[in-house]
Design a protein around this ligand. Structure first.
Ligand code: HEM
Length: 484
């Protein structure tokens, strides 16, 4: 009798659990059906394998359900993907979307806690974001001093190319230059060559490991206890530890030296009287945030720009003609971006055509809300499908064609690219956009001013991007032929 009762309760409990696990909240956006434990993960994983990217898999599902708001459940987490300009703007701007998920992945990113800028939210995020932006500016970030640093790096790149008589792989030179500039503002001095190489190798290995671990570790964090190696957990922890060691070393060096012109110094000074919220751990994670968010994004975009110039010789000639006509031999500076209209339109078109962050976010909904008429419960994770918006035929004629002219108006002036959200929007907008935009513009113009970029052995490199957490071109080499 007792056994029968126990069995009945178990069946009742299991039925309740299954019903609750597969039932969608009222007016939840359309999407694949949910299975117990995994939600709609199976459908997403299968398509991700097929397309080679989660962004494209989700895009397929949004089309299948003919919806600009796609409702999913990945593991036990509600995840909604938004499409279309109105929905994307709403999520970027409205304050109820300002949170970051409290997920395992996010914690894994910053040593088990939600800290720093990128992964934090609420008062801690706002305080540290404001402090970081203000103090980076105080040490010259975003000002003329930074332009000089970038010009210095650009000249080093030009010298390197001039002295090399072999084809060059852009990946190997841009990433280290961006990091040199970032390091200068964060940690003051120039970074030692061996440290720079290690830092870049670790960042690259880290993004590969995160992409490889995909959704599994996030959705089923317990799998790290059973498959620590295969789940990617051990690798990510090892890389994180090595990255932390490099930053810790820089922080320790600051304690013994009287430097006063960088971010780490400003933070350590401020920490003295604000020990409760300003901690060394926070400082470590903020530095990591800046290096992770700033280096590969910027260098990948510049690599895409060089690749596009290489693949489209007639466009490259137009850019060269504009550069020689307007600035001649003089060193490019940021104010030239208003005068070099075609070149600036080209760089905007590169940002549209190769969206570096095709799925922006993730954001966490802070209170029950509505998007496009659908109910979104508090705590849902939101992803913004910026990559799809860049090919929206309602916004762009022939979106799959590469046409810089689309950003030039009838008067010959640069149009406001109001729907290209390369750096996001709202209070979580990218704080590093001034560095990224100046670096890309100055270096691109500096290179095209001096060299004609050509294929190696007549082979045209592929322009099919590799899409992991961010988009990257497949590694390619090019010949840089000196112009007279
Ligand atoms: C082409 C280069 C870059 C691209 C495409 C890019 C893109 C973005 C985007 C789309 C966001 C907003 C994410 C959201 O709305 O949730 C963001 C945030 C962020 N970016 Fe960038 N970024 C670039 C360069 C940089 C640089 C150079 C730095 C460092 C100086 C940087 C630091 C950050 C940080 C710390 C955040 C987090 C802001 C927050 O959560 O409040 N980024 N970036």
């Amino acid at each position: 009798m007792i056994t029968a009762l126990l069995f009945a309760s178990l069946v009742l409990f299991m039925t309740g659990y299954i019903l609750q696990a597969v039932t969608k909240p009222k007016k939840y956006p359309p999407g694949p059906r949910w299975l117990p434990m995994v939600g709609s993960s199976n459908a997403v994983q299968k398509l991700t394998k097929f397309y080679g990217s989660q962004w494209k898999a989700l895009s397929h599902l949004a089309k299948e359900y003919s919806s600009e708001v796609l409702g999913l459940k990945l593991g036990s987490d509600l995840v909604v993907v938004v499409y279309g300009d109105r929905n994307i703007r709403q999520v970027f701007i409205d304050t109820e979307f300002e949170g970051r998920p409290d997920s395992f992945f996010i914690k894994l990113r910053c040593f088990g806690k939600r800290m720093g800028i990128t992964s934090a939210d609420g008062p801690l995020w706002s305080l540290h974001r404001q402090f970081t932006v203000k103090h980076l500016k105080n040490v010259g970030f975003g000002k003329t001093a930074m332009e000089k640093e970038i010009q210095y790096e650009m000249n080093r790149i030009v010298d390197y190319i001039s002295s090399s008589n072999k084809p060059i792989t852009p990946k190997n030179i841009f990433a280290s230059s961006v990091m040199n500039v970032l390091w200068k503002y964060v940690a003051g001095e120039s970074i030692a060559k061996d440290r720079l190489t290690l830092l870049l190798d670790l960042l690259s290995a880290r993004s590969k490991a995160f992409s490889m671990a995909g959704g599994w570790l996030n959705q089923f964090p317990w799998c790290r206890f059973i498959f620590p190696e295969a789940s990617g957990y051990t690798l990510i922890r090892r890389i994180n530890k090595q990255l932390a060691d490099i930053i810790e070393e820089a922080i320790e060096n600051h304690k013994n030296k009287a430097t006063n012109n960088d971010f780490i110094y400003s933070y350590l000074e401020h920490m003295k009287d604000n020990k409760d919220t300003f901690t060394e751990e926070q400082l470590k994670v903020i530095c990591l945030d800046l290096f992770i968010a700033g280096s590969q994004t910027t260098s990948n975009l510049l690599e895409f720009a060089i690749l596009t110039a290489l693949r489209n010789q007639h466009i490259q000639e137009k850019i060269y003609e504009e550069i020689t006509r307007i600035i001649g031999d003089s060193t490019p500076c940021w104010t030239d971006s208003h005068k070099l209209v075609y070149t600036s339109a080209f760089l905007l078109e590169v940002q549209r055509y190769y969206t570096i962050v095709p799925l922006a976010g993730p954001r966490r909904v802070l209170s029950d809300t509505v998007i496009g008429g659908y109910s979104i419960p508090k705590e849902t994770t939101i992803l913004l499908a910026v990559g799809d918006l860049n090919f929206d035929p309602n916004l762009y004629d022939d979106p799959h064609e590469f046409k810089p002219e689309r950003f030039i108006n009838e008067q010959g002036a640069l149009k406001n690219a109001e729907h290209v959200y390369t750096f996001g929007l709202g209070r979580r907008r990218c704080p590093g956009d001034s560095l990224a935009r100046s670096f890309i513009f100055l270096t691109f113009v500096g290179i095209l001013q001096k060299f004609k970029i050509q294929c190696v052995n007549g082979l045209l490199p592929s322009d099919e991007p590799v899409i992991g957490l961010i988009a990257a071109p497949r590694p390619y080499s090019a010949s840089f032929v000196k112009r007279n």
